[in-house]
Every structure is written in structure tokens, then in C-alpha cells.
Design a protein around this ligand. Structure first.
Ligand code: SF4
Length: 240
């Protein structure tokens, strides 16, 4: 069993006096999971680029509704992911942790090697809970999460990637990789360098300015080598 990465996270000094947050706004709706899509591909970004993984894209996010008419007022304004509803490939509403873990196992198929699942979104920590982590571990999955870092994680996660969004309060201040979409006004990389992550990545913001953003990120990584460049290689080669 891999050493869990979560369960005893120190709170950021900026939020330590707050009352404990409920784990999830979905928590009292009965245990089911709304999943936009569930698919197998290669991880395209960050420290584990190129690794086979089942991606579980949970529906919903706490920083944007996912509706274009709300984007201007959203806490996160540059999202390029469809996380609304449960109508994507492999998606649906799963009535239990066991049911979702079984679907992930079927998605992985008969491939050899350590099973790996990346829980993403939307914001996966709205729904990912200890029961689901345990059910995935029971099926020999290594469990990763890609989160905006504003919600508390369940215990037992094996890999934590935080992608901070400007103007939001980061709750998750330690983990495996910090992946900052760059540039973001109000989210200078220096703001995150003292957090307890093993890897620090800059990922150029996609969109019409992607080429210029990539040049800026390259220049930044050359000047500040603690930061490494993360490219969205799955988009380059046309895989999900
Ligand atoms: S936090 Fe992530 S999923 Fe949510 S709106 Fe921003 S980029 Fe999209």
C-alpha cells in the first residue's frame, strides 16, 4: 500500500481560524456520485505525463457554475472544461462508491501494471470521499486528485495535484505537485513557492494567447528553475 498523502494537512494561516468546512456540499444528499465522464487515456500534464490512467471527471465546481452566462462573475474565469451534467462518455450518476469503483475497473480493462485513476473535474473534492478512495484502493488503484485546492481532501489519497486559482483561499497547502496555470493576474508564482509540494509547474494558459503565454512560461522557468514547464501534451496529439 502506498503511503497516504492526506489526512493531516496543516491549514493555511489565512484560514486556520475558520470553523471546519463540511467535506462536501453533496454530502447530505445521500451517497451518490455525479460523473461527467469516465475514460482511459494517458496523463497529458505535469509530473506524471505519459502514464496510463483512468480519468474520472466529476460534475460540478465550486468556483464556476459551468454556464457561460455566469463566467464573468465566477471565481475562476478561464476554465476550458465541460463539467456540467453526467452525459459524457462513461458518465452517469453512480449510486455507491462500489458502483463507481467497479466502473473505473471496467474502464481500466485488462492492462498490466499498477492501476491508476485521476479524479478531476470540475472540482473533484466536492464529491470524492473516503469511501470511494477505499473502494478504489480495494481494486488496486493508485488514487490521484487534481483539485483547485480550496476544499479539504479525504484521507488516503496517493497523489495530490493542486492548481491554484487567483483570488481564492488555498486550503490544501501541501501535496505532490502544484500546477499553476500561467499567467494569472493575482496569482504570481512567488505566492506559492513556500508551500510544501515536491514539484512546481507552470502551465501556459490555453486560448488565443497560448503561444505568447508559452513563451512567457518558458522565460519564467529559465529565470526561476524551481519551476518546470508543463504542456498539455494530450491536446497536441489529439487524445482525451
Ligand atoms: S476550478 Fe478548475 S474546473 Fe473549476 S472552473 Fe476553474 S478550471 Fe474549471
Amino acid at each position: 500500500m502506498l503511503k497516504p498523502k492526506s489526512g493531516s494537512f496543516p491549514l493555511s494561516p489565512t484560514i486556520s481560524s475558520r470553523a471546519p468546512m463540511p467535506h462536501s456540499p453533496f454530502a447530505d444528499r445521500g451517497r451518490s456520485y455525479a460523473v461527467k465522464e469516465l475514460f482511459k487515456t494517458l496523463q497529458g500534464e505535469g509530473a506524471r505525463v505519459g502514464r496510463a490512467a483512468v480519468f474520472c471527471r466529476f460534475a460540478g465546481c465550486n468556483l464556476w457554475s459551468g454556464r457561460e452566462q455566469d463566467r464573468a462573475d465566477a471565481d475562476c474565469g478561464f476554465c476550458d472544461t465541460d463539467f456540467v451534467g453526467t452525459d459524457g462518455p462513461g458518465g452517469g450518476r453512480f449510486g455507491s462508491a462500489e458502483a463507481l469503483a467497479d466502473a473505473a475497473l471496467a474502464c481500466w480493462g485488462r492492462a498490466d501494471g499498477r492501476r491508476y485513476i485521476v479524479c478531476t473535474g470540475g472540482e473533484p473534492l466536492l464529491q470524492l470521499d473516503a469511501a470511494l478512495v477505499e473502494a478504489l484502493h480495494a481494486r488496486d488503484f493508485e488514487v490521484a486528485v487534481e483539485t483547485n485546492g480550496t476544499l479539504p481532501p479525504p484521507p488516503g489519497l496517493d497523489w495530490i495535484c493542486v492548481s491554484p486559482k487567483a483570488g481564492t483561499a488555498i486550503l490544501l497547502v501541501r501535496g505532490d505537485e502544484l500546477k499553476l496555470v500561467f499567467p494569472q493576474a493575482g496569482a504570481d508564482p512567488a505566492m506559492f513557492e513556500d508551500l510544501a509540494f515536491d514539484h512546481f509547474f507552470l502551465q501556459p494558459m490555453d486560448g488565443p494567447e497560448r503561444a505568447a503565454n508559452t513563451r512567457s512560461a518558458v522565460d519564467f522557468c529559465l529565470a526561476f528553475p524551481r519551476w518546470r514547464l508543463s504542456l498539455q501534451s494530450h491536446k497536441m496529439i489529439g487524445i482525451p
